[in-house]
Design a protein around this ligand. Structure first.
Ligand code: TRP
Length: 350
């Protein structure tokens, strides 16, 4: 069986989308629309895996779900040509996750490094959902038999688990899969990660060795997608640098994480390479470069912020996008679930 080239990716609605999410994920989502059928999902069920204090409670979850949707649309994701929806509206995610719970092995989940990081020292007190997170993620992807998954480096291990689950399901139910008319026992594809390159890894403005993060206690460490021009300017002017002028070649950025980060942001936002940026700014002072970076950031981000603001002010419209997207997602999901139930031997109405 040949699989349609289909992209699936998810973003958690846990607040404060920033430049790192934009350059590391969303820009890539926008580009993939030209070559693939894409589903972009606001994974509200994944948000619940962390303590309520992290996702903020019901009102915050709904607000953040709409805000991520608004960010997708404002950044250029076309919800008519592709599918934008929130996970909880399509019950197949939870249904398939249960079947995959019975395919995945405890030993596999015990090796997941992100669980260890997120659970911290008090592992006994982590939710069962947090432990099971990667299984739900596999269900997200395979419910649509997606073949390509744009994710950050940190999700690579979860993608490997998705492939292991797909393979074990195909093996365990091989005879049944064949008897239901699927070729060579292949039912679920092996989804491939599309890892975004290091050039789009955006670091904190206060510490070039740490990733830009919504959970950093200093708001000056990140540029939020909703920041206005004045705040963007302030944050970039305050961004940490070192006393040396900018180098003229890319190798001069080695061991200068803050300079490397700012040049990387400039390159990514302008669609140029870092060495090209250094041809223009190398040898000059940071203040001059920072002025140009402020201009560029404001030019690229303020139209997105403005559009997000407009969309968030119209929750009825945003909800209509999610409802319509979920309706279309459900049609694809229903096909997978019907076949999956038949393969497993669950009796259903025909
Ligand atoms: N775990 C992903 C993250 O935190 C979010 C996610 C959930 C996802 N389901 C997915 C990403 C399916 C890709 C595919 O970034």
């Amino acid at each position: 069986m040949a699989f349609v080239e289909r992209v699936f990716s998810g973003v958690q609605p846990t607040g404060n989308l920033h430049l790192g999410n934009y350059l590391g994920a969303i820009v890539n989502f926008v580009k993939l629309q030209e070559t693939h059928n894409c589903l972009y999902c606001v994974v509200d069920m994944h948000a619940l895996t962390q303590p309520v204090s992290v996702w903020g409670g019901p009102a915050e979850l709904a607000r953040n779900t709409r805000e991520v949707t608004a960010a997708f649309i404002a950044s250029g994701i076309d919800a008519k040509k592709h599918i934008v929806f929130n996970q909880s509206q399509v019950s197949g995610h939870a249904e398939l996750a249960w079947i995959f719970n019975c395919v995945a092995r405890v030993g596999w989940l015990n090796r997941m490094t992100q669980f260890k990081e997120k659970a911290g020292k008090d592992r006994e007190n982590a939710s069962v959902g947090l432990y099971d997170y990667p299984v739900l993620m596999a269900a997200d992807i395979l419910l649509y038999r997606a073949t390509h998954v744009p994710v950050g480096e940190d999700q690579k291990q979860h993608l490997e688990l998705s492939r292991d689950i797909a393979q074990k399901f195909n093996n365990d139910f091989g005879d049944s899969i064949r008897s239901h008319g699927f070729n060579e026992g292949l039912f679920f594809p092996q989804p491939e990660p599309l890892i975004t390159g290091p050039a789009t890894r955006v670091m904190s403005l206060r510490d070039g060795t740490k990733k830009m993060s919504k959970s950093d206690s200093s708001d000056n460490s990140r540029i939020n997608l909703t920041d206005d021009a004045d705040i963007i300017a302030q944050k970039i002017r305050k961004a940490k640098t070192d006393p040396e002028p900018l180098p003229s070649e890319e190798k001069g950025l080695e061991a200068r994480p803050e300079a490397d980060n700012l040049v990387g942001i400039f390159a990514a936002l302008s669609g140029r390479t870092k060495s090209d940026v250094l041809v223009e700014f190398g040898g000059g002072q940071f203040s001059n470069f920072k002025n140009s970076l402020v201009e560029l950031c404001v030019a690229k981000l303020s139209p997105i912020a403005a559009e997000m603001k407009r969309l968030v002010a119209d929750p009825g419209y945003v909800d209509s996008i999610l409802i319509e997207g979920a309706n279309r997602a459900r049609d694809i999901a229903a096909e997978t679930m019907k076949s999956t139930k038949d393969i497993v031997g669950f009796v259903r109405k025909h």
